[in-house]
Write a protein that binds this ligand. Structure first.
Ligand code: ZN
Length: 202
């Protein structure tokens, strides 16, 4: 399976990192080795002193598709979830300045937290409310109604470049409020009131 991630999909997050608003979705990949095994703690990697959490709504692809039309996109997923796109912000900054790819900052081991998935029919996907708690305090509070590109548009867009396969997961971008993690932090993701994951930072 592969993990397809979208960057800069919420206007307020673009502002907080002083990035340019993109004309089309920013896309990058994480390999399956980036998945943090369930119940494992997240270890801050030695090559970064500024790892950020980014909570994101996830979409799990249920069948093969390529050049998917936006209006048929809902047929390609039954479940949505919540996860974290851990980002070595200092490494990413260096990559950005040099115009280099982001993989070292975004695709390292353990950088993808994939929490529980839920039946998409139980929710209004246009208005999904989700939060990240750090040590029981809300640090990110997002709603899919402020996405620049909605889930179905993202599926149409990324499937032009990559054949989507059953089990692939799309990370749909993070809202504002990203920040640094420290040793002993506990991160909890909440999707419409349901706990989707808890991760300890070591
Ligand atoms: Zn992200």
């Amino acid at each position: 399976m592969k993990i397809i991630c979208i960057g800069r999909n919420y206007a307020k997050h673009i502002e907080e990192l002083e990035n340019e608003r993109p004309k089309s979705p920013v896309v990058f990949l994480k390999p399956d080795s980036a998945i943090l095994p369930k119940k494992n703690p997240f270890f801050i990697p030695s090559f970064s002193s500024d790892v950020h959490y980014e909570v994101e709504v996830l979409v799990k692809i249920n069948k093969v598709g390529k050049y998917i039309d936006e209006k048929y996109a809902p047929k390609y997923y039954d479940e949505i979830g919540l996860g974290i796109d851990f980002t070595a912000r200092d490494v990413q900054q260096e990559c950005k300045e040099k115009g280099l790819p982001w993989e070292k900052a975004k695709a390292f081991d353990g950088s993808a937290v994939i929490g529980a998935f839920f039946n998409k029919n139980d929710f209004d996907l246009q208005r999904l409310q989700f939060q990240l708690l750090k040590n029981d305090a809300i640090v990110q509070d997002g709603n899919t109604n402020s996405m620049l590109w909605k889930i179905d548009e993202l599926i149409a867009y990324v499937s032009k470049y990559f054949t989507l396969k059953k089990g692939d997961v799309i990370f749909t971008g993070t809202p504002a409020g990203v920040g640094k993690v420290s040793e002993n932090d506990v991160l909890t993701g909440i999707l419409e009131g349901n706990e989707a994951f808890t991760v300890k930072v070591k």
